[in-house]
Design a protein around this ligand. Structure first.
Ligand code: BUJ
Length: 655
């Protein structure tokens, strides 16, 4: 019986230890994926270099609705000459370089250059935002509770990813077949050199995970000519900003475990109640400036005081930024302004991403774009939303740790500034206020037609949204203009995005039918045929883009090569090329239960930045413009176009 007792005792101990381990695992990580995070990375397919002839043809197709017949004929000659001559040479060169760089794809380096060599300010030019859905428990939507829970979930997400336990991102064509334990067991056992093929047999497509390495602990750093992406894998702290003051504190202890949540709460509470006024000259404002003055100012900061360097490094290497704002925007346009632009003070725009919390407890993610795209950011958003709403460890009744030692552990980073730096900051702030002040925004929520309704009619919901955008613009200006729809190519190694040219001959015909001279004469059947034609063409273009068979990135690379060789080619110097690439309608969409809103700035002074979403419940638009365009008129035209399409669909269903 002694033996039995001992066995039982040690079994008890074992149970106790595993319970502790299990709960500490739950505390430290989001989950433990059965498939390691980067398991498919080695065998991901490579982005194809499209055939030159196909890209030329696709380019000409995209030009069809934008130029006159005579201009198109002339363009055909220019393209034919390129295709038979210099284009061939450049294409061969591109293919050869691609073959020598099997670890990546033919666009990747140039795409990083496109972002990192851009000397314009990153605010408005590139950084977008995405707003989280509120916590379904209203009492958790206070600035302190929400920020604490999301901060903790983000740290869990960082650890899960760092320890390669984050489930790889997989696109399941048939989730019933592949989003299963069998799929995970089988593909896990395959060596990573062939694991992608195993997934493919289940009709599941693992996506590129390379961007995730720069999600946390990362920052863009201004450098002469080309900025740098910096990552400090070992950082244990987060950056918190309030009133333009930068604070850092460790969220991991020396063993790499998350510090007690009551301590995190205490640190945030300490920052929120710190009465230190914001700095008169906020260094963070420099991150909103053109990249050259910021590069120079950063150098001057280093020279002004050696301690400045450590402070900059602390900010740049922090896991992520948390911005605790003092405002409380309620109107959706003001919310967009706050999350997209901020005040130029309480943000470090270069951080890979920042969580922004106004006083209300609302939450958004504002991100720098050079390191990654929507797919990676959305994954982070989904994970953090899920974890912070389902496994929150800060509750309304949670009390902050009384002996957290916040006054010592939370460090406020005050910079030493020279008069010259103060002057640069003042100018940067003036520039920021002018630029952001000129941005206008408006939104629409439309409930008469939903994703479900469109699916019933067998029309692709995205094609209808894109048509609405074309119709709205046509109604205002009576012409077709360069349109960009962002499409992910993350099914390929290091894949980023391709452009869907969603202004097509089919949408142009539909614009003419609905709002042109001959408009009112079309019958319901004709209009329905037009809607189907738009849907089919758009579906085809989207499929091609996602498979790496668009033309934009291919021509972008060929043009770059030509410039490097000092060639001036009519293909790229022809005004029609610039016209197509002067993007008037820049569009992007995200649909996920964790997201309510999102947006980005128009990419041209006379263009529109159109964020949109379509769910089973409603359709949403969030649009930005500069003074050359009227965003309210555009939104009214979107509503009118939605109404008109709705009427056509209803009439067709009755006939
Ligand atoms: O294409 C690319 O390479 C990157 C693009 C660039 N650009 C934004 C200029 C098109 N980047 C993205 O597409 C990321 C954008 C992330 C924000 C997307 C916002 C989507 C809005 C969603 C919901 C709007 C609903 C409003 C309801 C009132």
């Amino acid at each position: 019986s002694q033996e039995v007792k001992a066995t039982l005792q040690s079994y008890g101990k074992f149970l106790h230890t595993s319970a502790v381990l299990c709960s500490s695992f739950d505390h430290e990580y989001l989950h433990r994926s059965r498939i390691p995070t980067y398991h498919f990375q080695n065998s991901l397919p490579r982005l194809p270099v499209p055939e030159l002839e196909k890209s030329c043809q696709r380019y000409l197709n995209a030009q069809l609705p934008l130029v006159s017949e005579a201009e198109h004929k002339e363009l055909q000659k220019v393209v034919a000459e390129f295709q038979a001559g210099k284009g061939q040479e450049l294409h061969k060169q591109l293919v050869a370089t691609d073959k020598e760089n099997k670890h990546t794809n033919y666009v990747s380096d140039l795409w990083f250059d496109m972002y990192l060599k851009d000397r314009r300010p990153i605010v408005l030019t590139h950084n977008p935002f995405v707003t989280f859905t509120d916590d379904p428990r209203p009492e958790y939507n206070t600035q302190l509770i929400r920020s604490a829970n999301m901060l903790i979930s983000s740290v869990r997400c960082m650890k899960t990813l760092r320890d390669e336990m984050l489930e790889p991102e997989v696109f399941h064509l048939n989730p019933a077949k592949s989003d299963t334990n069998t799929f995970r067991t089988v593909t896990r056992l395959l060596p990573s050199s062939v694991s992608w093929y195993g997934a493919y047999l289940f009709k599941a497509f693992p996506l590129d995970m390379s961007q995730y390495k720069r999600l946390f602990n990362s920052c863009r750093i201004p450098r002469p000519e080309r900025d740098e992406l910096y990552t400090d894998k070992h950082a244990k702290h987060v950056l918190v900003m309030r009133k333009g003051n930068c604070y850092v504190f460790d969220v991991l202890n020396k063993d790499g475990n998350i510090i007690p949540e009551e301590e995190i709460l205490a640190h945030l509470q300490y920052i929120l109640s710190d009465t230190t006024p914001g700095p008169e000259f906020s260094v963070s404002t420099l991150t909103s400036d053109f990249r050259d003055p910021w590069t120079q100012a950063r150098q001057q900061l280093l020279e002004a005081d050696p301690a400045n360097e450590q402070k900059l490094r602390a900010i740049e290497g922090a896991m992520f930024g948390v911005c605790l704002d003092d405002d409380q925007p309620t109107d959706p346009n003001e919310i967009t302004r706050s999350f997209l632009c901020g005040d130029g003070i309480n943000r470090w725009y270069d951080k890979s991403f920042q969580l922004v919390f106004p006083k209300s407890g609302m939450a958004a993610c504002h991100f720098e774009h050079s390191w990654g795209d929507g797919v990676a950011v959305l994954r982070y958003i989904r994970e953090v939303f899920k974890d912070s709403t389902e496994n929150a460890c800060i509750h309304p009744e949670t009390r902050a740790a009384p002996n957290a030692g916040s006054s010592e552990k939370v460090k406020r980073l005050d910079f030493t500034l020279t008069p010259q730096l103060k002057d640069t900051i003042t100018k940067a702030k003036q520039r920021f206020d002018e630029a952001t002040g000129s941005l206008d925004m408006h939104h629409l929520q439309y409930f008469k037609m939903t994703k479900k309704d469109l699916k019933k009619t067998k029309l692709s919901p995205d094609s209808v949204m894109q048509l609405v955008i074309q119709l709205a613009h046509y109604k205002l200006y009576h012409k077709n203009r360069g349109t960009y729809e962002s499409c992910s190519t993350s099914a390929f190694k290091h894949g980023r995005t391709e452009t869907v040219r969603s202004c097509t001959a089919a949408t142009a015909a539909m614009c003419e039918k609905m709002y042109g001279q001959t408009g009112s004469k079309s019958s319901v059947a004709e209009l329905m045929d037009g809607l189907r034609a738009c849907s089919n063409t758009h579906g085809q273009l989207t499929k091609e883009a996602a498979m790496g068979h668009g033309f934009d990135r291919h021509l972008f690379c060929l043009k770059n090569l030509a410039e490097k060789e000092g060639m001036s080619l009519p293909m790229f110097t022809h005004p029609a090329y610039a016209h197509l690439n002067h993007i008037i309608l820049s569009t992007s969409t995200l649909t996920d239960p964790a997201v309510v809103m999102g947006g980005f700035a128009a990419v041209t002074p006379d263009g529109f930045g159109v964020g949109y979403g379509i769910t089973d419940d409603h359709i949403g638009f969030n649009v930005t413009t500069y003074p050359a365009c009227n965003v309210r008129d555009f939104i009214s035209c979107c509503e009118k176009a939605l109404d008109d399409i709705h009427t056509v669909i209803q009439a067709a269903s009755k006939s």
